[in-house]
Structures are given as C-alpha cells and as structure tokens.
Design a binder for this molecule. Structure first.
Ligand code: AHR
Length: 510
C-alpha cells in the first residue's frame, strides 16, 4: 500500500518548544574531557580550554539548552570542587564513569561551573543544572543557585566575581536530582517526594525572596506509572496547606515546573543488526510515547489546574557496545538517526505537554551528535536529523495522520509504521518531516495538504547510505541534506519519493 500523510493545517496541537531539541552532557568518558574540554592541549583551537571545533558544530545547530553535569554523576558532584583557580581544585573519584580515554573513574574538576557556563555562552545555549540530592544537602544546592544567579553582595557572589564573572549567570533550569530511584540515592518515590519538597523549598525561596527571576524546577520521574503516582501522591498530600496547594495553586511558592522521564533503547548491536532488529529499534524508541502519555495522565490527575511540563531529559540509543569501560561509546548509524526522527514526530504530536528533551549525550557518548578524535570533530547522522527537524522549532504542531504499511511484532514491542511523519505551521509556512524506515525500498509518499499551502521544496538525508552506515572524520559531509524534487499529484496533493532509510523535510508556502 502506498503511504499517505494527511496534514490538517487547521488542527493545531500546540507550540513546539525550542527546548525539545535540547542536549545533555555528563562527566562521562570523552563527553566533557576530550570532547569539549582539552585544557592546554593545543592540537585543536581552544578558547579558555574549550575546543572550538566542537563548539562551532554546536553553534551551527542552534542548540537551545544543555543539561549538565549528569546523569548519575550529578548526585555525587559537589560544585564547589569545580570553581576557583584550577590548580587548587581537588581531584576526586568519579563514582560512576571512566573519564577521558585513559584515566579511570577520576574527576580532576578542571571543568566546573564557570567553564560550563562559558561553554553555554560560546554555543549560545541555555544552561540546565542538575543539583545533587542523593549525597548532598539543600544548603549546597542553595549555595550553587546563589553563586550562579545572585546579584547581591555576598561571599559567594564575591567568589564568582573573583573567578571572572561579576554579573549573575541567571540560570533558569534547575533539576532537583537525577534518577533518584536509582543511582541518585535509591529513594522510594515517597522518600524522593520528601527530598524534592525540601530542596525545592529552599531553591524557590531563594528565587522568590532574594533574587526574583525566572527559575524553573524539574523533578526526575520514572518510566513506571506506579512510581510516578506514588511520588505525586506524597508530594501533594504532604503540604500543610492541604492537597493541591503544593503545586502552585494557592501555595506561596511554585515548587515544580517540569517532571522528567528517561528512555534508552537497543535492538541488536550498534552497526551490526538483523533486519528484524532494525525495525525493533523503532518500536522500542516509540515507547517514549507511552512514557509521555502516562506521565501526562498522572500529572493531570494531581495537578488539574497546574502547568507542569514533561521533560524527556535523557533519551536515545544505548547499544551493547557502549559500556562504562569504554565511556559509553558506540557507532552512531543512520538507523539511530531514523529512530531520533521518529521520537521527534512523537514529541511534536505531544507538543501540548512536552516542554523539553535532552538527547544523551552531546559529544562522543551514546547517541552523540558530535564525535571527536585528538585533532578533529565531525557530525553524526543524528546531528543531521536535529538540523533538519529544528525547522519545526517554535512552530505550531498540527495533526498529521500517517497511513502506511506496518512491521508487526509480538507482544513485547509495538507494531511499527514504515513511515513516520509530523507537521507544523510557522509564519506563512507549513513544514512536514517524514522518514522511510524500510531497508531497501523507496517509498512514494502522497502528502495531502489542506489550506492555502503550496510551492513545495524538499530536502533528504542519507540517500543511498543504508541503515548501517555511520559517519567518520572523513565522510561526515556525505550525510548532509540534499535537495529533492516534490511533484504535484492533484489539488493539495503532492508526491515525494523518500529513499529507503532516509528522512525528508518539505516546506510549503502560502
Ligand atoms: O547517560 C548515561 C546514564 O544513563 C546517566 O548518567 C544516567 O542518568 C542514566 O541512567
């Protein structure tokens, strides 16, 4: 059956937040040390120790937000270790991850808060800091927000000025812990709710009274409904002002702005997988839809009049090749990029609830967008999907119904449509993205568009590459977008040939 995408440009879902194209960088393997920070190593151009080849690739991507310092690392990180003169900073364990290529489980603290915020300035992206809940105190978190955001005259703001930053950084996004059901403290949901309330109380008190600003606080949830429900039950019920007040409805503080979930997936090896595993990966990636829907249902039960967004602040492929000992490195293929395109389609469809997403991780680790060696940096196929899909950013997502053949699985995995798509409307423009997940077959897809949109122009990624291809320092440019032709097939109907294992973007104008 030929696939058909019916776009209903008048059926708006909501504005697509820029932040769903966000990123995550942890002190893990060669993400920070080697991929972003090289200090005095002069094999690549640097600014303040940050490698500029990586920065330039990220600048080209208009990256909206970057989460740091972890991950599991966040709940064993003490931010004061990483500020001040570098030669005086302590070397500590890294409890969870090998660092760099050679060193193991050692954290030099060369890259700390000021270096991270300098990276964000260079890349022109919003920082998102995750505070340590598992092994630290609210005082430590409060000191961190004061160091970053206060414009008062205190010891901590003086220290910031001595470290070269007179002006506050005004960090908006503050995650209160990471995976606190696991590496972030192994809390039961009610215990994390108690901790969350305690930490958020002080952080938001600071924001309300000392430095009125626009901070937003993020609780880290779980992918099971039971855990999330137990968390909200406790969070809400524990307030002395009565049920419903904690979440911003009549309470003196608004302590929760976003609730996050994480999802990783694999099927077969990174670049060596069967055809069946090829399709299974998409089914597993699409479980993100269930995660978002289930979190949205829980939130709406507990926060009926509130405004709590869902953040997917860790997502992507995690293949068996990525192990703690190799710093979670894996090949990043076209198949991974196709899976990312499908995840974005899911998030666009849920633009009314998804407030941010952060792929794991930006450089060298897991489903990275940039890879580096000693003296070069290059982009992965997933980078190209981000680049193409970001044309949806800030647009209004609209209904796009896909009618396509499916790959059927057993009960373990969902059935997978062989074509995935989404659409959005911007200023006088309609943008449609679609991916053909088949391994060998070009799909001629009919795109039906209502309203006054016409004049299509299209681009395609990965033509003739195949799902197992991955980029290297030498061939990365071959994965960039190429123009394709889109033909008119009737009134408001267009035919797009989508090559096997490729992603297309089509812009229509009025
Ligand atoms: O991204 C790698 C790890 O995966 C993170 O540190 C942790 O939060 C998750 O389990």
């Amino acid at each position: 059956m030929p696939a058909k995408i019916s776009v209903h440009s008048g059926q708006s879902i909501d504005r697509i937040s820029e932040n769903i194209y966000g990123h995550f960088a942890e002190h893990l393997g060669r993400c920070i040390y080697g991929g972003i920070w090289v200090g005095d190593d002069d094999r690549v151009p640097t600014e303040e120790g940050i490698r500029m080849d990586t920065v330039e690739l990220l600048q080209d991507l208009d990256m909206p937000v970057l989460r740091w310092p972890g991950g599991c690392f966040a709940d064993d990180y003490h931010w004061e270790d990483g500020v001040g003169p570098r030669e005086e900073r302590p070397t500590r364990r890294n409890l969870w991850w090998a660092q760099g290529r050679e060193e193991r489980y050692v954290e030099t603290n060369e890259f700390g808060t000021d270096e991270f915020l300098e990276l964000c300035r260079l890349v022109d992206t919003d920082p998102y800091l995750a505070v340590n809940v598992g092994s630290a105190t609210p005082e430590e978190a409060l000191d961190w927000i004061e160091y970053c955001n206060s414009d008062g005259d205190t010891d901590l703001t003086k220290r910031r000025a001595e470290n070269g930053h007179e002006e506050p950084y005004d960090v908006t996004y503050w995650g209160i812990g990471n995976e606190n059901w696991g590496c972030g403290g192994r809390f039961a949901p009610d215990e994390y709710a108690d901790q969350y309330r305690r930490f958020a109380n002080y952080l938001s008190g600071f924001d309300d009274h000392i430095n009125p600003g626009s901070t937003e606080f993020i609780a880290c949830g779980h992918i099971t409904e039971e855990w999330n429900e137990a968390f909200f039950e406790r969070l809400d019920g524990g307030m002395e002002f009565g049920p419903g007040t904690f979440l911003g409805m009549g309470s003196p503080y608004k302590l929760l702005d976003h609730f996050s979930v994480h999802r990783y997936y694999q099927a077969g090896d990174d670049a060596d997988f069967s055809d069946e595993q090829h399709y299974r990966l998409f089914a597993r990636a699409e479980k993100i839809a269930d995660d978002i829907d289930s979190a949205a249902e829980t939130i709406s039960a507990y926060v009926p009049r509130g405004d709590v967004g869902i953040i997917v602040d860790e997502w992507g492929t995690w293949h068996p090749q990525a192990t703690p000992d190799n710093g979670l490195e894996q090949e990043n293929t076209v198949r991974d990029a196709l899976a990312a395109a499908g995840v974005f389609d899911i998030m666009h469809e849920r633009a009314d609830v998804v407030s941010m997403a952060n792929i794991a991780q930006t450089v060298n680790v897991l489903q990275c967008l940039v890879q580096t060696d000693e003296d070069s940096a290059w982009t992965t196929p997933t980078y190209q999907v981000f680049d193409l899909y970001q044309n949806h950013s800030g647009n209004t997502a609209v209904e796009a119904n896909v009618n396509a053949d499916k790959k059927y699985f057993d009960e373990e995995d969902h059935d997978v449509p062989l074509v995935s798509a989404s659409a959005s409307v911007g200023d006088d423009e309609l943008f449609v993205t679609a991916s053909n997940r088949t391994i060998e077959q070009t799909e001629t897809v009919e795109v039906e568009v209502d309203g006054a949109f016409g004049n299509p122009s299209g681009t395609a990624l990965f033509r003739e590459k195949g799902p197992r291809a991955y980029s290297t320092a030498v061939n990365a440019a071959e994965f960039e977008a190429e123009d394709i032709s889109v033909s008119e097939a009737g009134e408001g109907s267009y035919a797009v040939d989508i090559p096997a294992s490729s992603v297309v973007g089509v812009t229509f104008t009025k």
